[in-house]
Design a protein around this ligand. Sequence first.
Ligand code: GTP
Ligand code: MG
Length: 428
Amino acid sequence: MNSVPRAVLVERLDGNSASTMEELKALAQTAGYEVVATFIQSRPSDPRYCIGLGKAREIAGFLAENPVDKVIFANSLKPVQLYNLAKLFDVEVIDRFQLILEIFWKHARTREAKYQIELAQLKYELPIIREKIRLAKLGELPGFHGLGRYEVDVYERAIKSRITQLQRLLLSTRRHRSLHRESRRRRGFMVVAITGYTNAGKTTLFNLLTGESKRVENSLFTTLSTAIRATPLTRLRIAVVDTVGFIDRLPHLLVEAFYSTLEEVALADLVLLVIDASDSLSEVKRKTLTSINTLREIGVSKASILPVINKVDLVDGLHLRCVRDVVEELLGERGVPISAATGEGLQSLVDAMVGKLAQAVVRIELPYTAAHFFDVLNEVSSKGMVIERMNGRDSLQLTVRVPAREYSSLLSKLTSLGAKVEAVKTPA
Ligand SMILES: Nc1nc2c(ncn2[C@@H]2O[C@H](COP(=O)(O)OP(=O)(O)OP(=O)(O)O)[C@@H](O)[C@H]2O)c(=O)[nH]1
Ligand SMILES: [Mg+2]
């Protein structure tokens, strides 16, 4: 028997939707499988097998001749479909989400990443277990790992309590991060988060900006944990964050489970969205849309995104122009072309980052008798950085640096709270 696990991949397509088989193949290979064959069928979902019974039998025939370790579906499968398919194929069947979890487990290095993956997995399993119990009661799904109803209840309770425990553990790493963030802010650092579709070149760019040598690989989800380092390339104090990549149809609960990591992105002063220019135009569009949507889900608006068109060393001028057209259509700007591998375009990127971050400076006069004295102080310290403080006779005078994106909202908020605000420098 071969020591590399073998897999067959199956995808059911709705109507004329585009196939994602190539990506599924890359995912399977990243998880360590040798892909023996792929099957694609266009048809509406069958409640019992997802694909049609005829196709399912054809695959079963193939598997009888070519035994594999797993059959992997691009579609998400219901418990009853998983059960029926595994029975017909006589081999374990998993769906894309479970495959992604396998990769995550394989790449998880830190305790935080492991907690996050376990949380996503348990949240994913809970409704499946409930559904299995329901089907077992209806007599449509015989046995449940050979457990009786009492044991199933105990199992469900155990999962729920582990979920609560994991959420508590993650909350404490979140607090820890938040302390680090405050200390960075106090030291005057602004944060730039590197985000983008998986394998776009985020870590390569992180290494280029910071002089680090984090692991880079031509496979999916190499990075699961964030890393933060200062960049020596500008006089501004900028801390750069490398993050976990996005993927199409990433279940909401994975984003939710990774929130303690992704929060660094939500709270960044600027978000770089790395786009792989060596993809076809339709892939550029699909991946960029996925990234924009995921960022929106985390709470990042388009205004704080700077598109970075990476891997320009691999494409010709015409293709690059078309990629930038697509990016402009989706994000309203053409992005900065770079090659994180060769360093081409690095200076333009640093200039663009600094430009976007260009901060406003405001002077605030706050009478000691102001009704909302502490509200103003809170607002100021959460949005900006106090660079000068003077205790006058009747009022406190503060000079504050404010990120461009917070400038107008802070200004109107402070004025409405009764502070006198004067702009020393408006955002660039
Ligand atoms: N030719 C070329 N290859 C690049 C460039 N940037 C990154 N790569 C390659 O693209 C692959 C992925 O790079 P990574 O930096 O690991 O990508 P990532 O976005 O961090 O990927 P994940 O962490 O897995 O989501 C590696 O093989 C890199 O060597 C580039 O500018 N040009
Ligand atoms: Mg990476």
